[in-house]
Design a protein around this ligand. Sequence first.
Ligand SMILES: [Cu+2]
Length: 144
Amino acid sequence: MSRSFLPIVALLLVGAGGTATQHLRLTGTSPARDSTVAEAPREIRLSFNLKPELALVRIGLASASGTKVAMGKPARTSDSLTVAAPVEGKLAAGGYTVTWQAASSDGHPIRGTFGFTVAPAAATAESAATPSGTTISRDHSSHR
Ligand SMILES: [Cu+2]
């Protein structure tokens, strides 16, 4: 059955045009999935294979204990395939989970979650202005 069905599917796909067969897919995040970051991120970025509809993008953030972190509205970045939402709450060291959803112009929603960890050093290294002569040891050995 499937042998005779295949050419029909192929014809339908060709007839529907190139982009109709492509659905929105997450291609990257910042912070990266399962990464440990030395500094608390100021924003959460999501990159996709297609341009996401901004009105349909939701980005939520919660700590490991489940406490929601205040997030600003997602906005486009200079890259039309990437959206970013500012982190408005303060992030202490620890694990966080990003919960997101998005859709492209075809309207099919996709969603997912990913985690990242703010390294303990970030909690005290609040100031970005580190004197250039000072060496701050950032231990990357904990990366797995
Ligand atoms: Cu789709």
